[in-house]
Design a protein around this ligand. Structure first.
Ligand code: FES
Length: 157
């Protein structure tokens, strides 16, 4: 299905483009706007971003696949990213990951039937000093026990 930016987001993109010397450099913020609107970065989204920025679709694909903040498939209302990289692993990252997985019947990359939660096991998110951590959409929660992680997730409305 074709993806079209809303009028409001087209205005946002216009403003973003003013901050960059060349359109191509704006690929990350424009992808971010697209994800906010669509919930994830589909092929159609990449095609439209490439068209607007006048760059090859492969360039958009390269950026979208490199960064974990871009969802390559539909995500839940609350996208749960649990780090299991070294520091988090040593401080209980897998216990947090397993607790989330089991509580909501999720696998890596899946979404709950009601569309509320999706789970992703991720590499280091830069919070090693306060490991283990979980990101819920853009917010980081750190120094967690599995119980604390579940309580935070449950508190999301
Ligand atoms: S290892 Fe988990 S945030 Fe760095």
């Amino acid at each position: 299905m074709e993806f079209v930016f809303s009028e409001e987001n087209l205005r946002k993109i216009e403003n973003i483009l003013k901050k960059y010397p060349v359109k191509k450099a704006a690929v990350m913020p424009v992808l971010y706007v697209a994800q906010e609107q669509n919930g994830w970065i589909s092929t159609e989204v990449m095609r439209e971003v490439a068209r607007i920025l006048e760059i090859p679709e492969e360039d958009v694909l390269g950026v979208a696949t490199f960064y974990t903040m871009y969802h390559k498939k539909p995500a839940g209302k609350y996208h749960l990213q649990v780090c299991t990289n070294v520091s988090c692993m040593l401080r209980g990252g897998y216990a947090v990951y397993d607790a989330v997985k089991n509580k909501y019947g999720l696998k890596n990359g899946s979404v709950t039937d009601d569309g509320k939660y999706s789970l992703e096991e991720v590499e280091c998110m830069g919070s090693c000093g306060t490991a283990p951590m979980i990101a819920i959409n853009e917010d980081y929660f750190e120094n967690l026990t599995p119980e604390q992680a579940l309580a935070i997730i449950e508190s999301m409305k």
